[in-house]
Design a binder for this molecule. Sequence first.
Ligand SMILES: [Zn+2]
Length: 210
Amino acid sequence: MIQRGMNFRLRNKASVVLMSVRRGAPYADRVEENGRVLIYEGHDMPRRDPSTRPKEMDQPMHDRGKLSQNGLFFEAAEMFKRGEAQAELVKVYEKIRSGIWTYNGYFRLVDAWQESAGTRKVFKFRLVVVEGSAESKAGNEDDKHPRMIPTLVKVEVWKRDKGRCTKCGNQQDLHFDHVIPYSKGGSSLLAANVQLLCAKCNIAKTDRIE
Ligand SMILES: [Zn+2]
């Protein structure tokens, strides 16, 4: 698992960000429009010696003379807004509990700006989910029917299923699975239609349906 929260074109592949909307999370990420839109906060200056207070400093556009991760994502959004590039494709992972990351699918970076947060400036990035991009092949564009499962639903499902695969009890490689598939109209918004499955059981189920 990657350590850094923001990873612009990781190893020349898709960009990756790690998000969290948990209480006490280090950055103020938030989800809007039923999980279709992510407003992702930029990251602080790295703490290189004990006297620096990153939380009191503006989030940096540059670091050691080069664009910081904030700067790289910001530039990509600017290029998209000027019509010079396609919107950057970003893979989003979300921390829902300590040590538990889930994959939220692909998003497009469509906007970036700086805003005041208390006494300093932070970056904000607007990411829009690419519908049907995650495990499912479905491409449903209906706004009221998001594929992405909201965090609150995930947390509820995780508690109900006790962090185990509902089929075999495995605690490794867990996925949030739609009971009625998203492609067949199953909702992402109801915990009753979402269950924990391990990778093995998830693949077995997909084979049965398709
Ligand atoms: Zn299983």
